[in-house]
Design a protein around this ligand. Structure first.
Ligand SMILES: C[S@@+](CC[C@H](N)C(=O)[O-])C[C@H]1O[C@@H](n2cnc3c(N)ncnc32)[C@H](O)[C@@H]1O
Length: 462
């Protein structure tokens, strides 16, 4: 096998990261855009000593699990890479992924990993979308060289793995349709505006991102226009136009940032229409969301995730619960009614402020929150929790945090993870002290290989 070579391959498995996998000449070959059951012609683009990477050139015979992808950007856009795969198969591969990560990375075997809980909606499920501006749109292969396809600016999603290649997305199927109509209006307004789009290489220009948030419960929208400087007379007419055209648009804000980092968060925010927040609900609870506050992106999926967390905590009402990495306090608020006290630890100060405000909004008075890095706040904690929730970012827990968790020795731990690899590593680190009793994968992100998993753990000897 050589770099640049085209070879016929039968795909036999799915690898971490969602690529097709097969073995050839004793080495693993990872194939982008392929799934088990496919026979493909693929071109090798990387060859190492023990593995190779290839990309599908053509499908010789498709897997029976393939379905027609409804989106024209499928295969090019980084948003969802598995649209062509039957949803039930996606759920099976996600369950396998969690199971294999636990066994191979954490050495955690023989634990029931339940079938993945699917998402109610498999399109239109995202409550937040972030669209990037670019000076020039990235054309699809079939658009190249066509005279009827105008070049020009893009407002859309990135080609996977790139910071400067943006597809001009007319409609994204992951958001409700009103979001797509707002996207079209904003694009037309930017095209007609006198100010230029921000160059992702030159770092000059004005228009940077459009972030749309949708409240699933009340069908309301928040529009966040992210720009490189503050030009109120440019953004206010757009905000007024959107508010007038869409009664569901309850809030329009302008986040302003001159940072070169491609992050859609302003150094400051200018409210343009309505209050700079919107309400969302999970179960019986209401949450105030501001443009930059963290919230699970699939609201109905979040309810399912939190129901699983609640079940695994086995709370009786007498326990002190510690909610590590609590974000805006959604899990703490969800569990407050079944616990004596819930203490949330979180590093982002504004998230802690949101958590406190959301407790007030929901009439909850048995939660408290500590702001700061968990490496510092956890060892200094003045409580002995019986139950601990751990919901870290993708990187999982720092080794110091694992040590502090073991020192506190709660009877039960419920670990919520968006990354099976770090979940497996962390469960492996705690294996001598905690027995994993069951794991529930919950799909919050249909058509991507991402998966949330909830692991129930009991202290050994409890
Ligand atoms: C996956 S989110 C969990 C959010 C929350 N449990 C929820 O369901 O909405 C992880 C959270 O960990 C916080 N975080 C990351 N590193 C941290 C650290 N070192 N100390 C405290 N919090 C941290 C992030 O700010 C983020 O809010």
């Amino acid at each position: 096998m050589k770099k640049g070579q085209e070879i016929e391959l039968d795909i036999t498995a799915i690898a971490f990261g969602g690529r097709g996998l097969t073995r050839l000449e004793g080495m693993a070959v990872f194939v982008d855009g392929a799934v088990p059951g496919d026979r493909v012609l693929a071109r090798v683009y990387k060859k190492k000593q023990r593995y190779a990477e290839a990309r599908v050139v053509s499908l010789i015979s498709p897997s029976p699990d393939r379905v027609p992808a409804p989106c024209p950007y499928s295969g090019y856009c980084g948003g969802c890479k598995w649209q062509f795969l039957d949803y039930e198969r996606q759920l099976v591969y996600k369950q396998q992924h969690v199971q294999e990560a636990l066994a191979h990375i954490g050495g955690v075997e023989g634990v029931p990993v339940h079938p993945t809980l699917g998402s109610d909606a498999i399109y239109g499920y995202r409550n937040k979308m972030e669209f990037s501006c670019a000076e020039r749109r990235w054309l699809l292969p079939e658009e190249l060289g066509r005279e009827d396809v105008a070049a020009g600016m893009a407002l859309g999603l990135h080609v996977p793995g790139t910071f400067d290649k943006v597809l001009d997305i007319e409609a994204c199927l992951l958001q409700p349709d009103t979001g797509n109509r707002i996207l079209g209006d904003v694009r037309r307004y930017i095209q007609a505006s006198l100010l230029p789009v921000y160059g992702l290489r030159s770092h000059e220009g004005f228009w940077r991102f459009l972030v749309l948030r949708h409240s699933t419960a009340d069908d309301q929208w928040m529009v966040n226009l992210v720009t490189a400087s503050s030009e109120r007379e440019q953004v206010q007419p757009l905000a007024d136009l959107l508010a007038e055209k869409y009664p569901a648009v309850v809030s329009v804000v302008n986040n302003v940032t001159d940072s070169r980092a491609g992050v859609a968060v302003g150094q400051y925010e200018v409210p343009l229409v309505g209050a700079p927040m919107m309400l969302e609900r999970i179960g019986p609870f209401e949450f105030e969301l501001s443009a930059n506050s963290f919230f699970q992106t699939n609201t109905r999926g979040a309810a399912r995730l939190y129901d699983t967390v609640e079940e695994y905590t086995g709370l009786t009402g007498a326990e002190t619960v510690l909610d590590l990495y609590c974000g805006t306090g959604t899990i703490a608020i969800y569990l407050a009614g079944q616990a004596r006290e819930v203490i949330g630890l979180e590093v982002v100060e504004s998230a802690v402020a949101d958590a406190r405000r959301n407790c007030g909004r929901n009439g909850i008075d048995n939660c408290r929150f500590v702001a700061g890095d968990i490496r510092r706040t956890l060892p200094a904690l003045d409580a002995r929790p019986e139950v601990m929730i751990i919901d870290p970012p993708r990187a999982g827990m720092h080794a110091d945090v694992v040590a502090a968790v073991l020192a506190l020795a709660p009877e039960r731990i419920v670990y919520v993870s968006c990354n099976p690899a770090t979940l497996a590593r962390d469960l492996g680190l705690m294996r001598d002290h905690y027995r994993v009793t069951q794991v529930q994968p919950v799909d919050m992100f249909p058509h991507t290989f991402h998966i949330e998993a909830v692991a129930a753990m009991e202290r050994v000897g409890s």
